[in-house]
Design a protein around this ligand. Structure first.
Ligand code: PMP
Length: 354
């Protein structure tokens, strides 16, 4: 740390992204990317947009907002695109939380919530998940705080029903409830249909997972026009050109190719069922996942050891340095061949142990 670093940030512990090692070719199952390439329409439109990179992109993102609004039967003033959904999460902490308006989120959830709260000087309370890693709705109903909830949750993969989230929305009419739907397309119920019913609901989504665009950095928020206007105030006070022109074009391309997205999601769901069954047959505990990853532990081997042995065998998964989930690894669902290699490698590792 330099002697110039702001005192208010001196204790900040930044988010640790999943590793991207370059020492050899790995089967990468550690950052929940899609195994499928971006839609050809997205690639073509991004390439065409490259010729216009000498110009600033449209700060209002109007075409993309219109396309997203059309997809959900909403109007463009109910959506806002951002540089990955991480950016809209940060905007939400900036816009809706402060010293007087704290935040709550689960103890085991997306690690960036805590970082954004710290970055923005927001007090927060972490609510423990139940023993089986499910969420107790009542815990989120009486906090007098903004609620940040990933649905499905990460890294557990467990989803709440829309009606359960509705209960949280009803119990917190004077606070924003942010529902982070990064993984919703893999089998959970979206809260987007509730946006016109609850003026305190902000749904966030990403193009990084089901839409195969993690490298382009595109996310979005869906909420009442008033909440979107607040988020726009933050956007125009930080980075009005937050979405670059190629990403904007790629986003339009993939939204015009919904069949491709749906087909890929169906394949991931099939592969998830295969991996879940195979891992359970090997003696793993695998939580019921509604995402493009599974969270798995084995009573015969430490989570960190499984991580290490897989890495030696060219497979990267994500192990979290948190005592409550130290037995577990988060494993991204890839294509069928990679999943078969994963299962065979885990079988070999377990056999070698005895
Ligand atoms: N929310 C959750 C729960 C996530 O796991 C992620 C991905 N790391 C994000 C949000 C952010 O994704 P992105 O910024 O790529 O949209």
């Amino acid at each position: 740390m330099s002697r110039f670093f702001s005192e208010k940030l001196s204790a900040l512990v930044p988010y640790t992204p999943g590793e991207q090692p370059k020492d050899m070719r790995y089967i990468k199952l550690n950052t929940n990317e899609s195994p499928f390439p971006p839609s050809e329409k997205a690639q073509k439109m991004a390439a065409e947009a490259a010729a216009r990179l000498h110009l600033y992109p449209d700060p209002t993102c109007s075409a993309l907002h219109k396309a997203l609004a059309d997809l959900y039967g909403l109007t463009p003033d109910e959506v806002l695109c951002t540089n990955g959904s991480d950016e809209i999460l940060n905007f939400a902490f900036m816009a809706f939380c402060d010293q007087k308006s704290p935040a709550v989120f689960a103890d085991i959830t997306y690690g960036f919530y805590e970082v954004f709260a710290d970055l923005n000087g927001v007090p927060y309370q972490k609510i423990p998940l139940c023993e089986d890693f499910t969420i107790n709705i009542e815990d989120y109903c009486h906090n007098n705080a903004s609620v940040f909830i990933a649905n499905p949750n990460a890294p557990t993969g467990i989803a709440l029903k829309r009606a359960e989230i509705e209960r949280i929305l009803q119990a917190n009419p004077d606070h924003v409830v942010l529902v982070d739907e990064a993984y919703v397309d893999f089998g959970a119920e979206s809260c987007v249909p509730l946006v016109r019913k609850y003026d305190n609901l902000l749904v966030t989504q990403t193009f990084s997972k089901s839409r195969s665009m993690a490298g382009a950095r595109l996310g979005c928020g869906i909420a009442s026009p008033a909440l979107i206007a607040d988020l726009n105030t933050v956007k125009y006070s930080t980075n009005p050109y937050n979405i670059n022109g190629m990403t904007m074009a790629a986003g339009l391309g993939v939204l015009a190719d919904e069949a491709y997205t749906q087909k890929n999601c169906a394949t991931i769901i099939e592969n998830r069922a295969y991996v879940t069954a195979e891992l359970r047959a090997l003696g793993f505990t695998v939580l019921e996942s509604s995402t493009n990853f599974v969270f798995a532990a084995h009573s015969g081997m430490a989570g960190s050891e499984i991580y290490r042995r897989l890495r030696e065998n060219g497979i990267l998964v994500r192990h979290f340095d948190n005592p409550r989930i130290t037995a577990y690894n988060r494993i991204t669902i890839g294509n069928r061949a990679d999943m078969e290699t994963l299962v065979a490698t885990l079988r070999k590792i377990l056999e070698e142990q005895v």
